[in-house]
Design a protein around this ligand. Structure first.
Ligand SMILES: O=C(O)CCC(=O)C(=O)O
Ligand SMILES: [Fe+2]
Length: 314
């Protein structure tokens, strides 16, 4: 954290658009339709017309004006050109950037509080209150990171806003909730458009399809609800894991997490086998004894481990 605030301090005099960093500027980022949506939600309307449910528990709505998207994306590129070091959002994204590290935390905390009533209306338990966030951008180009493997987020509710740019393919594919019988069944593929937000639970499996042309840059906010994380409901859910009802959909298998990636994606393909082999010793899904009928995957991280003490190996 010391590193993060040091970077933010070094970057402060170099900011491209200093006004972007002020919490008071955030109301000016909003698409006017979002303001209408907020009014409808505050009135208690059940299903405000500006929210689209693209799949069960996956919603989209207009959030940011084009100018705000452009200013945020330009600031990210400007930081990149400064030569300052910043953390990458996750081990699989080499071109993203943690926004809290460059000084945007106050502004993004303001954005979180403006969006929270909508998240609460859509996810009454997880979105009931939000008290922290991990915010970053992801960036994809055909010659850089093309996409993102299937995963779940370490968040209670995730907000994902497209900042731009001009691109083809690069859909966001959703499967089921981790631990549910349909965890790895295909739900929907959503095509992002700049300014629009997609919101979903952190426990929902999702991934970014490979981009074919252009660049896609998105603002991701992992929202945390600490009281929910300390609740009996949360703990009970974390302990429960259901057997998968059927073999997984190929689109929903993960080369980092799944023991059966190569088998499901076609073990004859050398590229698929290579990807799966790289993570074979760490793959954990599905957990032992909860495999679907016909499972033919590897042993994963549980290999040669006393099943009663497998948690010791994490
Ligand atoms: O590419 C996207 O839009 C989603 C990125 C994502 O899921 C993540 O970084 O957790
Ligand atoms: Fe994610």
């Amino acid at each position: 954290l010391r590193h993060a605030s040091a970077t933010a301090a070094q970057y402060a005099p170099l900011r491209r658009d200093p006004s972007l960093f002020a919490a008071s500027s955030v109301s000016g980022w909003l698409d006017e339709r979002f303001s209408q949506l907020l009014t409808a939600v505050r009135r208690g309307e059940e299903a405000p017309f500006l929210i689209e449910e693209v799949a069960s528990e996956v919603y989209t709505f207009p959030l940011l004006r084009a100018e705000a998207c452009g200013a945020l994306a330009a600031e990210v590129d400007h930081f990149g050109a400064s030569g300052l070091e910043a953390r990458r959002p996750n081990s699989m994204n080499n071109y993203g950037l943690v926004l809290n590290d460059i000084g945007l935390r106050p502004a993004l905390t303001e954005l979180q509080s403006l969006v929270q009533p909508v998240l609460q209306a859509l996810f009454p338990t997880e979105g009931a209150q939000l008290d922290d966030h991990h915010s970053f951008v992801v960036s994809y180009r055909p010659e850089e990171d093309k996409g993102l493997d299937m995963h779940t987020d370490d968040s209670d509710v995730t907000l994902n806003v497209c900042l731009g740019d001009d691109f083809e393919a690069s859909g966001l594919t959703f499967c089921g909730n981790v631990g549910a019988p349909d965890h790895r069944q295909l739900s929907t593929t959503y095509q992002h458009t700049p300014g629009r937000a997609v919101v979903h639970l952190g426990r929902r499996r999702h991934g970014a399809d490979d981009i074919q042309r252009g660049r896609r840059i998105n603002l991701i906010m992992w929202n945390y609800n600490r009281p929910y994380r300390n609740s009996a409901e949360y703990r009970a859910r974390a302990q429960f894991y259901a057997r998968e009802a059927a073999p997984p959909a190929p689109e929903c298998t993960s080369f980092t997490h799944d023991r059966d990636y190569a088998q499901v994606r076609g073990d004859a393909d050398p590229q698929v086998r290579l990807k799966a082999a790289k993570f074979a010793s760490r793959a954990w899904c599905p957990p032992p004894s909860l495999e679907y009928e016909g499972f033919r995957g590897g042993a994963g991280r549980y290999r040669a481990i006393d099943p009663l003490h497998r948690d010791l190996m994490d």
